[in-house]
Design a protein. Structure first.
Length: 277
C-alpha cells in the first residue's frame, strides 16, 4: 500500500514538474518565443491530448464496460461521460473570465481582473481536465490493486497498470513543458519581471495535482462510475483541443507547422501508451 501511494504521488506531480520547467525557460531564453515556435508547441500539445484521450481514457473506459458484460452497449458509459466532460468545460468557459493567448477580447463574465490574471485563468481551465485525466487513471491503478467494497458489493477490478498510468503522466508532462513556456515568456515580453512571469506559469499548472488528487478521492466513493470518469476527462480534454489549441496553432499566416507538430505529439503519446502500458 505504501509503495502504491508513493508511486501515485510521484505520478501526480510529474505533469506539474513539466509545467514548472517550461515556465523556467523565461530565465534562459533572451527573446520572446517566435510565432512559428509557439504554433508548433501548441500543435504538439494538442496531439498529445487527443492521443491521451483515445488510448488512455476512452478505450480503457469501453474495455471496462465490456468486461462487465454490456456487449454492444459498452460504448454507452463512454458516450455519456464524454458529453458530460464537453458540457462541463463549456460551462467553465462561460462562467470564468479568461483571456486566450494572442487575443485582445476576454471571454466569460465581465471582470476587473488584469490581462495577465485572465491569461493564467485560461490555461488553468485548460489544465483542470488534464489533472483529472491523470487522477482518474491513477485511481484505476489503485483500485485495481485493492479490495474495496461499495454498499456491500464487490468493487470493480479496473485493470489499469502502473505503467499505463505513468505513460499518461509523462505524456501530459511533455505537453506541459511548452505550455509553461508559452505562459511565462509572453508575460515577460509584456513587461512582467522574469520571476513573476515564471511564477504565473508555475501557478497555472498547480491546479493539475489538485484536480488529480480530488478525482482519486472521489473515485473511491463511486467505483462503478470509473468508465464515466475516464470518458469525462477525455471529453474535457477534447473540448480544450478544439476550442483553444487548434485555433491557436492555425492563426496567422498559413503554415503546416502546427499540423506536423500535432502528428508528432499524437505519435509520441500513442507510442508511450502502448509501450509503457
Amino acid at each position: 500500500m505504501g509503495d502504491n501511494f508513493l508511486n501515485c504521488s510521484i505520478g501526480l506531480l510529474i505533469p506539474f514538474v513539466g509545467t514548472s520547467l517550461g515556465a523556467a525557460c523565461v530565465f534562459f531564453m533572451k527573446n520572446n518565443m517566435k510565432e512559428m515556435t509557439t504554433r508548433a508547441l501548441t500543435g504538439f500539445a494538442a496531439g498529445v491530448m487527443v492521443a491521451a484521450s483515445i488510448w488512455s481514457l476512452l478505450i480503457p473506459a469501453m474495455e471496462q464496460t465490456q468486461s462487465q458484460g454490456m456487449g454492444k452497449m459498452s460504448f454507452f458509459p463512454a458516450f455519456i461521460g464524454f458529453w458530460i466532460g464537453i458540457l462541463f468545460l463549456l460551462f467553465l468557459d462561460n462562467a470564468v473570465p479568461h483571456l486566450h493567448m494572442n487575443s485582445s477580447k476576454s471571454e466569460g463574465p465581465k471582470s476587473s481582473l488584469g490581462k495577465t490574471q485572465m491569461m493564467v485563468l485560461a490555461v488553468t481551465i485548460h489544465n483542470i481536465p488534464e489533472g483529472m485525466a491523470v487522477g482518474v487513471v491513477y485511481a484505476g491503478y489503485l483500485l485495481g490493486n485493492s479490495q474495496i467494497t461499495l454498499m456491500g458489493a464487490l468493487a470493480l477490478s479496473i485493470g489499469i497498470t502502473r505503467a499505463a498510468a505513468l505513460s499518461l503522466a509523462i505524456g501530459i508532462a511533455i505537453q506541459n513543458f511548452p505550455e509553461g513556456a508559452i505562459i511565462s515568456m509572453p508575460l515577460h515580453a509584456q513587461g512582467e519581471k522574469k520571476g513573476k512571469a515564471c511564477w504565473y506559469g508555475i501557478l497555472s499548472g498547480a491546479v493539475e495535482p489538485v484536480a488529480a488528487a480530488f478525482t482519486i478521492l472521489l473515485s473511491k466513493f463511486i467505483v462503478p462510475a470509473m468508465p464515466y470518469l475516464l470518458s469525462f476527462a477525455a471529453g474535457a480534454m477534447i473540448y480544450v483541443v478544439i476550442e483553444e489549441l487548434i485555433p491557436e496553432m492555425s492563426e496567422g499566416k498559413h503554415s503546416n507547422i502546427g499540423t506536423i507538430a500535432f502528428a508528432v505529439g499524437f505519435s509520441i503519446m500513442m507510442t508511450l501508451d502502448v509501450v509503457l502500458g
